[in-house]
Design a protein around this ligand. Structure first.
Ligand code: TXA
Ligand code: MG
Length: 388
């Protein structure tokens, strides 16, 4: 398949709407977005041609895997109606078979194939945030295979808004099951090169959409059980969700569907990651470099001293930008670092929640350098997940 050097900046130069069609009523009570009775998609971007899309569609129909860009991270896709194809995802990633995968569709018109019950809250959230970086967990339709759901009675659904993902899904005409296109437990890919680094020749079909704009995996909201709950934080924040559904809760409770991808030690570089308070950064760097050990730092400010054993990335203080570059920065630092990656402790505030979540998982509990004795004792007793 032809590779592309797609560039996110190229998106803005393309015509916004090359086709449109009515937003149909797919479930009882479903409403079109106000003022958006037509649903728009863009034509092929950069060097992803219509032929490439067609080749990818044929590969999916033949039961092959296709990596494709979304606005969050790259996905490793398979025909969600073909259990044997979906099993290939698990084999290639090295992912345990009990971990369910998200089904991607281009439009809610396909929902009833996957979901048997969209609650009023789920409909409101879909209406407000789709297409976009939101995944909804709902009761699954009877035909959905166990390999998708990890044997649970729920299914996770997302309508991505990346134009290439939209084009692929539209041309395919069905659901694409796709986890992030990385080996199990590794850092998620936000560029097609990352996908190549992960799988090399083992993956034949890749669509290049340039850099992912969001850079963090979607916000997952469970809409089953007592109240809607955030199972995985993402770029859509709690207050944005609560503005649409005030009853939404942050974090799973014991009856929430399992989200195995939220186990600790996920999203990890190979090198050990430690979180360090800002005022201690240079001191901790010096402790390593004094022994001629290489250190890499992900900070929100420039360093106060230079040091030839140190690689320092200033990721800035804006959460959207920090998030967009987080995984590429972790990959860069992973290659640069000899001994350790030090991450400057992040600020409070919900706009940092998803980033804090991913950093926490990249570091293990023992790696978190903190001088707050209460927190240290709590982590020692319960681990970074807290008391059961
Ligand atoms: O942004 C994203 O969500 C990306 C792009 C490719 O869409 N996908 C992604 O997939 O991050 P993955 O497999 O890396 O993470 C999906 C998460 C996993 O933690 C999985 O356990 C959870 O979604 N999940 C999938 N189906 C579920 C279900 N039925 N109930 C609860 N959690 C589910
Ligand atoms: Mg993943």
């Amino acid at each position: 398949m032809a590779m592309t050097n797609g560039n996110a900046a190229a998106h803005s130069t393309l015509p916004r709407a090359v086709w449109s069609r009515p937003f149909p009523s797919v479930l009882p009570g479903w409403r079109a977005k106000s003022g958006a009775d037509c649903y728009h998609a863009w034509m092929a971007i950069g060097r992803v041609s219509q032929d490439d899309i067609q080749e990818a569609v044929e590969a999916l129909r033949a039961g092959d895997l296709v990596a494709f860009p979304t606005e969050t991270v790259y996905g490793l896709g398979a025909n969600a109606n073909n259990p044997e194809a979906v099993r290939k995802i698990f084999r290639l990633k090295g992912r345990p078979s009990t971990h369910p995968v998200i089904v991607h569709i281009d439009h809610p018109r396909y929902l009833q194939r996957w979901v048997r019950d969209m609650t009023p809250e789920a409909k409101k959230l879909a209406d407000a945030f789709w297409p976009g970086p939101l995944t909804l967990v709902a009761k699954r339709a009877p035909a959905v295979n166990d390999v998708i759901t990890g044997g649970q009675d729920t299914v996770a659904i997302r309508v991505p808004n990346h134009p290439i993902a939209q084009q692929l899904l539209n041309a395919f005409g069905g659901g694409i099951a796709a986890p992030s296109a990385n080996r199990y437990g590794h850092v998620s890919p936000t560029r097609v090169e990352h996908v190549r680094e992960e799988f090399g020749d083992e993956l034949k079909y890749l669509l290049d959409g340039g850099d992912c704009k969001v850079g963090l995996e979607s916000t997952i909201v469970s809409c089953v059980g007592d109240a809607p709950r955030i199972l995985r934080p993402g770029s859509i924040t709690l207050s944005q969700l609560q503005a649409v559904v005030p009853s939404i809760q942050s974090g799973p409770n014991p009856t929430s569907p399992r989200v195995p991808g939220t186990t600790s030690r996920h999203y990890s570089p190979v090198t050990q990651v430690n979180v360090v308070p800002s005022r201690r950064l240079e001191t901790v760097v010096n402790e390593f470099t004094a022994n001629s050990e290489k250190v890499a730092v992900l900070a929100m400010r420039p360093p106060t001293t230079t040091n030839s054993y140190m690689t320092w990335i200033n990721a800035g203080i804006r959460p959207e930008i920090y998030a967009r570059h987080l995984y590429v920065n972790l990959r860069t630092l992973d290659k640069a670092a000899g001994k350790i990656i030090l991450v400057e402790e992040l600020p409070e505030g919900e706009r940092w929640d998803a980033i804090r979540d991913r950093i926490k998982r990249a570091a293990t509990a023992e790696n978190i350098v903190t001088y707050d004795q209460d927190i240290a004792a709590w982590v020692a007793d319960f681990g970074d997940e807290g008391p059961a």
